[in-house]
Design a protein around this ligand. Structure first.
Ligand code: ZN
Length: 289
């Protein structure tokens, strides 16, 4: 089956979409590197800033604008910071799956990947959440992940990069909607800095410049009818200056005519209703000897 991008339509004649998403990684993203960091108070509090301080600020910012967003929550965060997850749910946002200890499936065995999936589901279930969406830790799925998501009844994945618009993927377990991503919109690449474990590129960008760069990208996605997905981490973008810049960016995005701002589950459900041609994920064939 050939690609038919022209079949894609946004609802109610809108021109493009924007989803504001948050990865509530907290301590998990560091502990996935080495559990020994659990006894390093400076490193742990750097991560804990997310659920403790950044999240309430960001939730206020979203409530002021009446925006519904998607929070990808590792199971370990849900277990360690139950009140943070409850606050997200109380505000009406979507809570989606982001692994258990933020371990990227591409680096796991089949049984390890299944265990991460199930432990993540169990942790969210303790909050009454049956997630329909998944974003892979470090955006690095395995060849099995999409099959596994379909098997567990997920509606969408947000871990691939090959298009500007969502599309259905055929898997061994059924069809999954893919909402493609871009590193351009990840706050980690703009702001993150940790000396140990080493994180970030060593350049901490100015918040107003990040907001400006993202607005340029959103405007370009709008012109091409795409789906822009901004990825913020509360321990990164919940800092005061960055939160202010994010608020300014959202105000400007909300002024764009025909831009649909929606949570990921709404975008996935819309894509599923379009009845687009379904094809399996294409990977390169390697030359044989
Ligand atoms: Zn993450």
């Amino acid at each position: 089956m050939t690609d038919s991008p022209s079949q894609f339509r946004w609802p109610q004649g809108r021109q493009s979409a924007l989803s504001i998403t948050f990865d509530l990684d907290a301590e998990s993203v560091v502990l996935a590197v080495d559990a020994g960091y659990a006894s390093r108070p400076s490193v742990m509090t750097h991560q804990r800033y997310g659920p403790l301080t950044g999240l309430p600020r960001l939730l206020d910012l979203l409530a002021e604008r009446d925006l519904r967003c998607t929070f990808f929550v590792p199971g370990f965060t849900a277990d360690q910071h139950p009140r943070a997850v409850e606050a997200v749910l109380l505000a009406g946002h979507e809570v989606a799956h982001h692994g258990y200890m933020h371990r990227p499936p591409a680096h796991l065995s089949e049984s390890e990947e299944r265990a991460e999936m199930e432990m993540g589901l169990e942790a969210l279930d303790r909050h009454g959440v049956r997630p329909v969406g998944y974003r892979s830790p470090w955006w690095d799925i395995s060849i099995r992940t999409l099959d596994l998501l379909a098997e567990y009844g997920f509606l969408y994945d947000a871990s691939l990069f090959d298009r500007d618009q969502p599309y259905p993927v055929g898997t061994a377990g059924g069809t999954i909607m893919e909402i493609p991503q871009s590193w351009v919109f990840d706050d980690w690449e703009r702001y993150a800095f940790l000396p140990d474990p080493p994180a970030g590129q060593g350049v901490i960008e100015r918040p107003s410049q990040v907001a400006e760069a993202w607005l340029e990208e959103i405007t370009a996605y709008h012109q091409t009818g795409g789906c822009a997905v901004i990825v913020n981490h509360p321990f990164i973008s919940g800092r005061p200056g960055r939160a202010v810049a994010l608020g300014t960016l959202l105000d400007r995005a909300m002024d764009i005519d025909g831009l649909w701002i929606a949570a990921m589950d709404e975008i996935a459900a819309h894509t599923a209703r379009l009845d687009l041609p379904v094809a399996p994920l294409q990977l390169p064939g390697l030359p044989s000897d």
